[in-house]
Design a protein around this ligand. Sequence first.
Ligand SMILES: *[C@@H]1O[C@H](CO)[C@@H](O)[C@H](O)[C@H]1NC(C)=O
Ligand SMILES: *[C@@H]1O[C@H](CO)[C@@H](O)[C@H](O)[C@H]1NC(C)=O
Length: 194
Amino acid sequence: MRFIYAAVAAALAQTPAAGLIPAAVDLETRVTPSVMDCEGYGKSTAFYDNSPNYSPACADVTAACLKLNGTSIWSHAPCVAAATCQGTRSVVILNQCQNPNVLHIASIPNMSGSVYATIVGSANAAANAPITQQNYIDFVFGQMTAAGVTQWPTADYVISNWWDRITSWAATGNSVPYKDFVDWPHYSETDLDY
Ligand SMILES: *[C@@H]1O[C@H](CO)[C@@H](O)[C@H](O)[C@H]1NC(C)=O
Ligand SMILES: *[C@@H]1O[C@H](CO)[C@@H](O)[C@H](O)[C@H]1NC(C)=O
């Protein structure tokens, strides 16, 4: 928690000199969540959408995402996996809390093709094939392995708590087409201020 406080305090204290603002970045789309929000979301890490569903494996995947401290967060596989295991909102806000360059949710660049290829395989990605349940399970368990998870969820848990959320949002049946999966972290939380 302390490093989030420090990062937010530093961000608030900073008054960028005009010459230091990159011309290409629209400052309107930058967001600095409040210290209280950062603390709250920090505490609810790995609770899916603030529900009582806590997953220690998801906490490890989220930590792996935050460790990258990126800005194009949907181009980082651990961050995509983290969004699927605890919801988009908290992953966006936690990243904004530690890095003032993470844009508003609507302005964060779309998921990269390479992450999609990691999920479905490059041949399937080239053929624009949808993500199957098995693709998702392989992806998320792969990210959990990479994150050093020791307390594993069952595949049933992963399906009913994480995958089913995405398929019900996409409403495309048992698989999720590329366009919908890219749109999901972008649009599934449209009421978000951040
Ligand atoms: C993340 O990156 C931002 C921007 O470069 C920096 O200000 C911040 O200290 C970094 N935070 C961590 C936890 O590495
Ligand atoms: C992201 O993809 C959506 C369509 O899925 C598109 O409307 C939007 O312009 C894209 N955003 C960026 C920044 O490329």
